[in-house]
Write a protein that binds this ligand. Sequence first.
Ligand SMILES: [Zn+2]
Length: 106
Amino acid sequence: MRLSPFTGEVHTSMPKRTGRRWREHTVPRVLRRDNGICHLCGRPGADTADHLIPWSISHDDSLSNLRAAHAYPCNQVRGDRSVMWARAEIAKRMGLTAKSTVGWDW
Ligand SMILES: [Zn+2]
């Protein structure tokens, strides 16, 4: 359970950024710039944009605050935690499942 410092709102999941402008303009530009490489796991096939400084804190949708990422699992695992934390967590999960599963079905 995390509290936003600005609104006091309880975040139980990542902020939803599903506006039309976001989907049609911002995300494609970020994916193209980063060649579809997810900045959290380093794999290709990213399908959304992730905020370096969480949107819930920065409210910053500029391209300098965005990196390509997989909506699932990478962006979902991260939530609004730090990039460093997310990379470590994703690497750990990838290591744990590397022998038993292929791809992202964890
Ligand atoms: Zn990823």
